[in-house]
Write a protein that binds this ligand. Structure first.
Ligand code: SF4
Ligand code: SF4
Length: 448
């Protein structure tokens, strides 16, 4: 027997630790003596109790001598990366937008503003069909995205109608989601699109007053009332309404939920929501400034318990999609996987939506005869964390996957490089917060 290379000890008081195993996603509480035994690998001589040994083995904390944990990781990584259960196409019908949100990473449609022309649209539809067959997936998700996609309602309609028909004919499940700011969702758009849409996703930036300060039209007018009026056209329909609620704290969330309740949204059977946090920094900082990123993650973790409390107190829990803090990340990001594509209005293909329009990150171009993939595509698809500096021996690997490839490219000029970001500084806190959330009595006195 030997100790796993993916054990992390997180102190909870002077004498006890949470022993978290990243490869098995398991957690135990151990004392100082057990910690020393496991760290020193003195397993046969020091752990005589057979049932303790079995527990450690089941949790992956100790492993048989012949097990190569790196290979085990790589095997699971490969399955997750190369065998997706569905293909995802994020289609930006336009870069233009009718709002002027101060934090917009796309510059509110004022830096890039092109829209998809008819010829490109046909090529994109063809690309989606062919690529789905090549990926061998029987299910696809299409996200209509922008800018504001409804500025190009005709394109949204053509994509939705044609691919839904093609899905039916080919026995491929097609889920189409419209990600819109909600201001252009009028009766005509609802009539044309809802026969095809699985969901509409709309963002609210806190209660009306704060929302109207940030999600405003080009002339400065707020959009809250328009959005609520427009999404009411979908109330009770078979299209789901997913609200992204950007909130700064639990007070803001409480006020927002009260307002939604007052407007009747709590009784809409097809409405659900998740919470998020707004980052007021630009795309360059988002990609390169770890300190800002760390600050954001800390805020999200710190306000989470109070947000949950408000959601339960106000009776919204059945509509809440809770972010799963426990989720393993064998592959650093969904975008790195096979079967994930972002297509911009020019027919250029990217892997990450945050890089769409920046040709340095382009991985392919849709041409008349098909797609021309470039070396960046193959670099990302063949990225192997075990070949990257630091990752092969890193305890965090099964929960990090080598970090964001786009950030690695920007900071180290290579997609095949590691990018730690703040993970090493945040993971212990995240583990403890998670455990406190699911075992509140056991960890009630734990101050994080
Ligand atoms: S920035 Fe990196 S981690 Fe974030 S979505 Fe893009 S590729 Fe994924
Ligand atoms: S990117 Fe950094 S934190 Fe992530 S596995 Fe590699 S060395 Fe570890």
């Amino acid at each position: 027997m030997k100790s796993s290379m993916y054990n992390l000890f997180v102190p909870i008081d002077e004498s006890e630790y949470v022993l978290y195993n990243f490869l098995n996603d398991s957690a135990l509480i151990v004392d100082e003596d057990m910690k020393l035994c496991i760290e020193k690998g003195e397993l046969n001589s020091s752990i005589s109790n057979q049932s303790v040994k079995e527990t450690l083995l089941n949790c992956g904390v100790i492993v048989h001598d012949d097990i190569n944990e790196r290979k085990l990781y790589l095997y699971r990584y490969n399955i997750e990366k190369y065998a997706p259960s569905y293909s995802l196409f994020i289609v930006l019908t336009t870069f233009a937008c009718n709002l002027s949100c101060p934090y917009c990473y796309e510059g509110s449609g004022e830096i890039l503003n092109s829209s998809m022309d008819e010829q490109t649209l046909l090529k994109v539809i063809d690309f989606i069909k062919k690529t789905t067959h090549e990926d061998g997936t029987r299910e696809i998700a299409i996200k209509l995205y922008g800018g504001e996609p409804l500025l190009c309602l005709d394109s949204c309609y053509a994509i939705s109608k044609e691919l839904s028909k093609w899905g039916d004919e080919n026995n491929i499940k097609v889920n189409i989601v419209l990600q819109t700011n909600g201001t252009l969702l009028n009766e005509n758009a609802v009539r044309l699109l809802t026969p095809y849409l699985a969901a509409v996703e709309v963002t609210l930036d806190g209660p009306p007053e704060s929302h109207n300060k940030s999600r405003c039209y080009k002339n400065g007018d707020g959009s809250y009332e328009d959005i609520l009026r427009n999404i009411s056209l979908l109330a009770g329909s078979k299209t789901s309404i997913l609200l992204r609620l950007n909130v700064e704290n639990s007070d803001g969330l409480g006020l927002l939920l009260d307002n939604l309740d007052k407007n009747g949204l709590k009784s809409w059977p097809n409405l659900s929501f998740y919470t998020a946090h707004i980052s007021y920094y630009d795309l360059c900082e988002f990609f390169t400034n770890d300190e800002l990123c760390l600050k954001d993650i800390n805020t999200v973790l710190e306000i989470r318990p109070s947000l949950l409390r408000v959601i339960y107190e106000k009776g919204w829990q059945s509509k809440y999609h809770m972010y799963n803090m426990r989720k393993q990340k064998l592959v650093s990001c969904n975008n790195e996987k096979r079967g994930r594509y972002v297509v911009d209005p020019l027919g250029d293909i990217y892997k990450c939506v945050f890089t769409a329009g920046d040709k340095a990150h382009r991985v392919g171009v849709i041409k008349d005869g098909g797609v021309e993939w470039n070396s960046a595509y193959y670099d990302i698809l063949t990225r192997n964390p075990l070949d990257m500096e630091g990752c092969a021996d890193c305890v965090y690997l099964p929960n990090c996957g080598g970090g964001c490839a786009s950030r690695a490219f920007l900071n180290k000029e290579s997609f095949n490089a590691s990018y730690c970001g703040p993970i090493k500084r945040i993971m212990s806190k995240r583990i403890l917060l998670y455990l406190k959330e699911i075992y509140p009595e056991k960890f009630s006195r734990l101050v994080i």
